[in-house]
Design a protein. Structure first.
Length: 106
């Protein structure tokens, strides 16, 4: 957390000064910056992206006023069949999306 703060304020203060004030080593900071993202961070980033996509798709259905009932039915059908069922993870196939499951089979 401290290293992340130092990274965010890198242009404002010298790194050695910030490390000294925060009582961390500058070599530890440079090692943390050069380190590849951890698998947990990578998974969280991917999950946040998926959540954002789902929310943006859901807004099409939930925040739209439709002129006719048919238009609403069409939008809901498209959301469920085209997006949701293809993207959501299914417990029966090992918590992967159907598209990923089919790609693994081929």
């Amino acid at each position: 957390m401290t290293y992340a703060w130092i990274e965010r304020h890198r242009g404002e203060y010298p790194i050695r000064f910030m490390c000294r004030v925060l009582d961390v080593s500058s070599s530890g900071f440079y090692a943390a910056v050069q380190q590849a993202p951890r698998s947990r961070q990578t998974r969280r980033t991917a999950l946040r992206k998926q959540i954002g996509e789902v929310h943006s798709q859901a807004r099409i259905v939930y925040r739209t006023k439709f002129a006719t009932r048919e238009a609403a039915c069409k939008a809901i059908f498209e959301y469920v069949e085209v997006f949701y069922n293809r993207e959501r993870r299914h417990s029966s196939i090992g918590y992967v999306s159907p598209e990923s499951f089919e790609a693994a089979l081929n």
